[in-house]
Write a protein that binds this ligand. Structure first.
Ligand code: ZN
Length: 85
């Protein structure tokens, strides 16, 4: 018998989002409750984090939708599977 372990996370378990700068490796976490003002540049080295305003807006929209999704009174329980390994 082969046992397979899966790691699942519910949206309401997500409390914050980590931003990891590819230039200087600085990491910062923004609570999902305060996601309206996502950073567009690294606070440490000032590297731009998006290829343009469209990309930044896509990220911001996704995070705002995720925050809203957490509080939906849906009967179905949805969890996200994390990559193993
Ligand atoms: Zn940086």
């Amino acid at each position: 018998m082969t046992a397979e372990q899966r790691t699942l996370i519910a949206a309401n378990e997500i409390t914050g989002v980590q931003f990891h700068c590819p230039e200087c490796q600085t990491k910062s976490i923004i609570p999902l409750n305060r996601i309206e003002g996502i950073p567009k540049n690294c606070g440490n080295c000032n590297a731009p984090w998006y290829s343009g305003m469209d990309e930044m807006q896509t990220v911001k929209d996704f995070l705002l939708q995720l925050r809203e999704f957490r509080s939906l009174p849906s009967g179905v329980k949805i969890k996200f599977e994390l990559r193993g390994g």
